[in-house]
Design a protein around this ligand. Structure first.
Ligand code: SF4
Ligand code: SF4
Length: 124
């Protein structure tokens, strides 16, 4: 885990992203998707550094997907440091963020609250 890369604007975990060998994270300007990313463009236009700092309960762009949405909800409740602590502990316990391509152990969920519980406990 590259903890210093933190969490992307949308809520994805740059610190655990398999692309983070060549991309230094959402705030580096190196993300291959920066031209079309709705969350990057929208949050910049609102002078917000992350969607988790936005007052809207929004499902634009990547927030349509359960992983960034639940991660952003987690940060709204408990803070980014707590999310990074949980991700770090879970990684040490064998939970894989990107197992195949961009899918991993945090993607196999339908319910936001179940995913938030999994982040907290590492158990399902
Ligand atoms: S590709 Fe996207 S999620 Fe991955 S490290 Fe770069 S900005 Fe973060
Ligand atoms: S409106 Fe949605 S995309 Fe825009 S900053 Fe807020 S949460 Fe992010």
């Amino acid at each position: 885990m590259k903890r210093e890369l933190g969490i992307a604007r949308c809520g994805l975990a740059c610190c655990l992203c398999s692309e983070n060998v060549t991309c230094s994270g959402c705030h580096s300007g190196e993300c291959p998707d920066k031209q079309w990313c709705e969350n990057l463009n929208c949050s910049q236009s609102r002078n917000l550094d992350h969607c988790y700092n936005c007052s809207e309960d929004c499902k634009k762009g990547l927030l349509k997907k359960i992983k960034p949405y639940a991660f952003a909800q987690f940060v709204k409740r408990y803070g980014e440091n707590e999310l990074l602590d949980c991700l770090e502990r879970n990684e040490k316990n064998g939970i894989v963020y990107h197992r195949e391509g961009i899918k991993g152990d945090y993607d196999d969920f339908d319910q936001v609250e179940e995913l938030i519980e999994f982040i907290k406990t590492g158990q399902r």
